[in-house]
Design a protein. Structure first.
Length: 498
């Protein structure tokens, strides 16, 4: 079952924002086969799938080795290392130069000639590297089911780790395997021509944007100075390759490539050998994550919302921008009785790694909610919605409201269908223990909820008679037959508030 979840998670990973930067490579891989030979199409896409599988197995072996050394391991943690960020910046720069025709990637077959008649497809080496790059740039994200699969893999032995990572690779490679199984999907595309030259140039610009994104992550981890220096060296490397191919004589091509290689080596020497362990200050409205403080805050009656993020996690940024940073979630997190904590995992942090491991998680995004009703914390899914977050906050605070007003109830007279507009109108959230049955027929409590005796007493305080039955409960705490018996004098003017 866990392997099936891993395959599904790997397939969904193709749609995550972390994979969008390599969309240009995938698109070019398909377009370049337009009108091509079916055998070459099949071999090319199988080579890309092999690159994905190989890179996933390489990641699995690396994680096994890191865990054996006693170091915290997790999904996407290589983005915390400056050398990896520098390497990926240089790699995407080289891929962009390849798309611009500055040098050829893959041997022995190349795509050097693109004219009106036809174009030769990439060599298998180029397709293999494309698959490997797609995997490396996909690792900052944790798609649905990926977090569960990674948690199972890293909590087990080496065999389970290799099996789960192989299943993830199969899921990520499924689109390529589908084209390899049905090559006509690619051969029916328009034949490559002059238009592909402009397409390659445009997709090269997209890869340059990916390199800039990697530099922003390096700036957050190492400082803007190191990021600027690496960016200048990467640009100098690209310039040397472009000039060597387009301006200098052919005999200088080797020299230009040697100069570009020198710039790349120097770029690796720019970042400091180690990263500072202190995290950046928390964002406005958020407290730094201190797991030891959570039990005391919950004991004081607060609801605690924990968000673990990183500058290299695009899914985290998507959740922050579309859910956590917008109403109604933003207003709720800033309200009274709620403490919002944020952990920044851009840099290595053993405390955050241990905190995630307590939940069986080894990657981000990660969100959890604590409260009087859930003191141990409840983990939320990787992709957040406002409804999921608001419901989790309500449950953690003790409010067990489950659903909005049913459609049928909306047609009832107003005095029979009063429903809470937010969780603060229910009895528990106002400090009174409520134990009744909700008028939706579900366990829990709603506005005016609670035992029949509570309702009876409250109704009398509001000016109703002894027969006032509130929301369909009699004085013995039992629901009447209709669930909405009309209250007597005084109730219509003074509705019961739980």
């Amino acid at each position: 079952m866990i392997l099936l979840l891993a395959v599904v998670g790997g397939l969904i990973l193709n749609l995550m924002p972390c994979v969008l930067p390599v969309l240009s490579i995938k698109l070019l891989a398909v377009v370049s086969h337009g009108g091509g030979d079916r055998r070459q199409v099949r071999l090319g896409f199988l080579a890309t799938a092999a690159g994905i599988l190989f890179s996933f197995l390489l990641l699995a072996v690396a994680l096994i080795a890191v865990r054996a050394a006693g170091v915290a391991a997790g999904w996407g943690l290589q983005f915390q290392q400056p050398w990896f960020l520098v390497a990926m910046t240089l790699v995407v720069t080289l891929f962009a130069c390849n798309l611009w025709g500055a040098f050829e990637l893959g041997v022995p077959t190349t795509v050097a000639a693109v004219d009106d008649r036809a174009a030769r497809v990439h060599g298998l080496g180029g397709h293999f590297l494309t698959g490997a790059l797609a995997t490396l740039l996909a690792t900052p994200c944790s798609a649905p089911f990926v977090g569960t699969a990674i948690g199972f893999a890293l909590s087990g032995g080496p065999v389970s780790t290799l099996a789960v990572f192989s299943a993830l690779a199969v899921g990520l490679a499924l689109p390529y395997l589908a084209v390899a199984a049905v090559p006509s999907l690619a051969t029916r595309l328009p034949r490559p021509g002059r238009w592909m030259v402009w397409l390659r140039r445009g997709l090269g610009v997209v890869l340059v944007g990916t390199g800039v994104w990697l530099l922003t992550i390096l700036a957050a981890a190492q400082g803007a100075g190191d990021a600027v220096r690496v960016g200048v060296l990467a640009a100098a490397m690209a310039l040397a390759l472009v000039l060597g191919r387009t301006v200098l004589p052919a005999r200088w091509h080797r020299l230009s490539q040697f100069v570009a290689l020198a710039f790349g080596v120097i770029a690796f020497l720019v970042p400091a050998p180690s990263l500072p362990t202190a995290n950046a200050p928390a964002d406005r409205g958020w407290q730094p994550l201190v797991p030891a403080d959570i039990p005391a805050l919950v004991a004081a009656g607060n609801t605690v919302y924990v968000n673990v993020t990183a500058d290299w996690c695009l899914t985290c940024k998507l959740n922050e921008r579309l859910v956590l940073g917008r109403d109604p979630v933003a207003s709720r997190l800033a309200g009274t009785g709620v403490v919002a904590m944020r952990g920044d995992w851009t840099r290595p942090d053993e405390g955050i790694a241990r905190y995630l491991a307590d939940f069986g998680r080894y990657g981000i995004p990660f969100d959890a909610v604590y409260g009087p009703a859930t003191p141990g914390g409840t983990a939320l899914p990787e992709l957040l919605t406002a409804e999921v977050v608001m419901a989790a906050l309500a449950r953690a605070g003790g409010c067990r409201r489950r659903a909005p007003m049913p459609t049928l109830m909306r047609h009832w007279p107003p005095r029979y269908r009063r429903a809470p507009e937010d969780h603060r109108t229910c009895g528990r959230c106002r400090g009174r223990e409520m134990t009744g049955v909700s008028f939706y027929g579900q366990s829990g409590h709603m506005r005016g909820g609670g035992s029949g005796r509570d309702r009876y007493d409250n109704a009398k305080e509001e000016g109703g008679s002894d027969d006032n039955q509130g929301w369909g409960f009699d004085s013995r705490g039992k629901a009447d037959g209709l669930g909405r018996k009309r209250a007597r004098a005084g109730h219509d003017r003074h509705p019961v508030q739980g």
